[in-house]
Every structure is written in C-alpha cells, then in structure tokens.
Design a protein around this ligand. Structure first.
Ligand SMILES: Nc1ncnc2c1ncn2[C@@H]1O[C@H](COP(=O)(O)OP(=O)(O)OP(=O)(O)O)[C@@H](O)[C@H]1O
Length: 466
C-alpha cells in the first residue's frame, strides 16, 4: 500500500583520461597567465558512471534472478544468459562497490577541484525508482531518519563536502562557501531550507545569470557540521512516499548547490538527485499520485528530449527545449553550456527490472555523447584591485623602513641633509592619499585609478628615499 506523506520541518566508451574529470591537475599547476583571463577548456564529453545496486533483502528472499554483470570497470552485460547486451561507460561500479569506492572512482574529486577553480560543476543521479540514487548521493535513509552514524555509509554529498572543505582550508584564496537546497515537486520549486514559505518560487532567466530561482535562501557554512545541519534539515523536508518498489521513495527532484567564492572566482557544485521514473501500475488510481508520477515522467521526458537534441550535430545549434520543464531550465548550464557534468546512472540487478534498466542505460549512452565547453569567468577587475592593494601595502612598509633608516642616520650626526624633513610626512600631506590609505586599511573599496596613482606616488617616493 502506498501513501504519500510530507514530513514537517525545519557506443562507445570514452577513453578514461581523455576527459577533464580524469586529468589530475591541481590548482597550483595552472600557470598564472592562464588564471588571469576567462578560461575555456577544450570541449569535453559528459562523464557517465553506472552503479549497479545489490539485491535488496526482499529480492533476495524472493529469489529474484540477477541479469546485470560487470566484467570490468568500464563494461556492463545486461540480459539473460546467451542474450546479453553489452554497454560501455566511463566507469562501472558493481553491486559490491562501497560508498568510498564510488566517491574515489567516479571522477568526483576532479569535479570538485574544477569547481574550486571557478567552473560550474554538476553531478546528477538518475534511474528507475528504487535503483539506489539517494543511497549513492546521500547514503541510506537510516543515516537521516533513524539517526544512524555509520560513516562508511555516507554518500557522495558528505564525502564531496569533506574533500571540498579540505581543499579550501589549504588554500590562501580566502574562500567563502554558501549552500542552497531546493526541490521540484509537481513542477513547483520549494526552498528546502525555508519550508515555511507558503508559495513556490519562480524560475527566472537572465542573459548574465542564465536560469535561476528567485528568492532562494542561501546559507553560509564553515565546516562539515554546519553543512550537515543544512543537508539534514533539507532532506527531512523532501517529498517522499512508500510504494511497492521503494519504502522511502523520493517523489521530487532535489538540487543542492554549493557556491564557492574565491578572490576572483565563483565556482559552483550542484548535486542533483532526480526522482525515480516509475510505471503507473493498476490500482494506483489515486489522482494525486497519478499527477505526481505524470509530472516526474514528464520532466524526465523533457530531460531526455534535451539530451537527444544536444547530441544531434544539427539540432545542437538550434532550439533545445530547456524551457519545457523547470528541471531542464535549471540544468541547462550543466548540460549544454559552460559547465562540467558527471552523470551517475543507477540500475537494479534483477530480471523484473530489465526493461527499466535498458531504458536507463540507453539514456546514459546518449548522454555521454553530449559535449560541454567548460568555461570559468574571472572577475579581473576585482583581482587587479586586490593585487594593487597588496602592492601598496608592501611599498608603504618599504617607505616606512627607509624613513626610519634616514632618521637614524640623521640622529647619528651625519649632518642634516634636509632629506628627512623633505620626505617625512610628505605622503600624508595629500587629502586624497589619506583617504586612500584609510580605505586600504579598512578594506573598503578604492577606485582602481586612485589605487594606481597612490602606487605611483609611493614608488616615486621610495626611489627618492633610496
Ligand atoms: N549500493 C547499495 N548498497 C546497499 N543498498 C542499496 C544500494 N543502493 C540502494 N540500496 C538500497 O536499495 C533501496 C532503494 O534505494 P534508494 O532509495 O536509494 O533508491 P532511489 O533510486 O533513490 O529510489 P526513488 O527514486 O524511489 O527515491 C534502499 O533500501 C537502499 O538502502
């Protein structure tokens, strides 16, 4: 018996290595010259990883037949013995794969490295209902609903954030991290961090920002504990229900976005857990449930159409039907734009789910032909102002030191050259200079022009003092 409830509260195989998610280049290896302009990486395919879940207890007790095999880390055989179909993907993880292996092998660390460098990176899990999407992204429901603290079961989300916090902690960029968390349920966007809002949020489009959700809460966090509070609160507010295929089925698409703001970069990591596709069965006659399933299937269908258009060399440059669903609007940048995308296809191993498994794998095979053109836009002006401010501070220190030397030479009786009197205090005589120094000291913004003239003034004076 199923019953929906809303909880209250608060091809062809791409060569691994040919893809940016498999190239391990750390931040400090990027040449400085490259960092200072709008960066565009060569076109890269969407990376697709497939995870096959193990038999559930019920399937095991019923003696369900297994029809999915993983001969190696890049291939899958699906179907009854002698009639198997072969598929190849970037990464294939079998039923025995641990959560740790999933995180290490699917290309997630590279995705986070690139988000820190300023790219817009997205990972999304998709597949039939009950195929293991939520387990892969956040770990089993027991972690959130039953208070289990088994760290080995933590999903990609927790592992990714732990890795991200480690990366930004080691950097001198002074990164700030912010999170937002939303769900799309029946084509309506709800803020999972502010569930008391009586209305759904609007998805707007702008030339500069692309599609975005208006008035969505954004919360700053500093460590894994504060991130986990955000995640747990949001998870408890998600729409879920129990049905024949899954006791805790997510009935909405969820998108958790982590904004990574550096000195001149604004990277983004989006983690998307799609609602499972599900066939409507006899007896599922409750109108609300039919509408819910219809909406899930419709937005997944639109996603499928966008993917088909994106891999078609002719259609790709024409109209892509992103606007047909909120999900595709919000994923438009990850799929067809300047982002980097990792797709995780989850499949069940049993004969009873063969058709759905084949659908998911065909969908994934098409998706891995999508090409992205990853791009990071740096705010060069902001970066320039910061470097001018640093240079001015350095020159002022040098200036101070030179004046001290001059003063001690004078006191030692070297004779009044007049230089000390001439130069000491000369920098503070200009009101503009005093204002700029105050600005630099308080960290308030100064214009680039006034910073440049101050810099030149300091350099001239230091030359004279030397
Ligand atoms: N890799 C795995 N190892 C062990 N158990 C798993 C694994 N993947 C999934 N499961 C179990 O299978 C069941 C279904 O998984 P999950 O809820 O993650 O599916 P889902 O794809 O998110 O479903 P829905 O779309 O209905 O929300 C759960 O009981 C989960 O604990």
């Amino acid at each position: 018996m199923r019953g929906r409830r809303r909880r209250p509260v608060g091809q062809d195989c791409i060569q691994p290595g040919a893809n940016p998610l498999h190239q391990h280049q750390t931040n400090h290896q990027v040449p400085e010259r490259e960092k200072q302009r709008t960066e565009i990486q060569v076109e890269s395919n969407v990376v697709v990883a497939v995870r096959v879940r193990p038999l559930t207890e019920d399937e095991h007790n019923r003696g369900d037949e297994t029809i999915v095999y993983c001969p190696d880390q890049h291939s899958l055989l699906v179907g009854a013995s002698g009639q198997e179909r072969a598929f190849a993907f970037d990464v294939v993880l079998g039923p025995e794969s641990s959560q740790h292996a999933m995180f290490q092998e699917c290309g997630m660390t590279r995705l986070i490295d690139m988000a820190v460098q300023g790219f817009c990176c997205t990972v999304f899990a998709f597949g039939q209902t009950g195929s293991g999407k939520t387990y892969t992204i956040t770990g089993p429901h027991s972690l959130f609903l039953e208070g289990s603290h088994d760290a080995l079961l933590a999903g990609l989300m927790q592992r990714s954030l732990s890795y991200l916090l480690q990366l930004v902690g080691q950097s001198e960029e002074g990164f700030h991290l912010y999170a937002s968390y939303l769900e799309i349920y029946n084509e309506q966007v709800h803020d999972l961090l502010n569930p008391c809002l009586p209305y759904s949020l609007a998805v707007r489009g702008s030339r500069t920002q692309g599609f975005y959700v208006e008035n969505l809460s954004v919360v700053e966090f500093h460590n894994l504990d504060s991130f986990m509070r955000i995640l747990e609160g949001g998870m408890q507010n998600r729409q879920s229900s129990s049905h024949s295929q899954n006791e805790h089925s997510s009935r909405s698409h969820s998108i958790l976005t982590v904004h990574i703001k550096g000195m001149s970069t604004q990277g983004k990591l989006c983690v998307v857990d799609l609602a499972g596709s599900e066939r409507v069965r006899e007896g599922d006659s409750i109108e609300e449930l039919l509408e819910e399933t219809g909406n899930i299937n419709r937005s997944l269908l639109t996603l499928g159409k966008c993917i088909s258009s994106l891999v078609d060399p002719i259609k790709r440059n024409g109209h892509i039907p992103y606007r047909d669903s909120k999900l595709t609007k919000l994923l438009s940048d990850s799929l067809g734009g300047s982002g980097i995308t990792l797709m995780i296809a989850c499949v069940s191993p049993t004969l009873g789910n063969l058709q759905e498994t084949l659908n998911t794998l065909r969908y994934s095979s098409r998706a891995k032909r999508i090409k992205n053109r990853p791009m990071v836009k740096r705010d060069l002006r902001e970066k320039l102002v910061v470097s001018l401010q640093r240079e001015i501070c350095r020159l002022r220190q040098e200036n101070l030191l030179l004046q001290q030397h001059l003063s001690s030479a004078h006191k030692a009786g070297a004779g009044g050259s007049g230089l000390e009197a001439k130069y000491s205090g000369s920098m503070s005589s200009s009101p503009q200079h005093a204002k700029d120094v105050a600005g630099i000291r308080t960290g308030s913004s100064c214009s680039e022009t006034s910073l440049r003239s101050l810099l030149q003034e300091l350099m001239r004076e230091n030359d004279k003092l030397q």
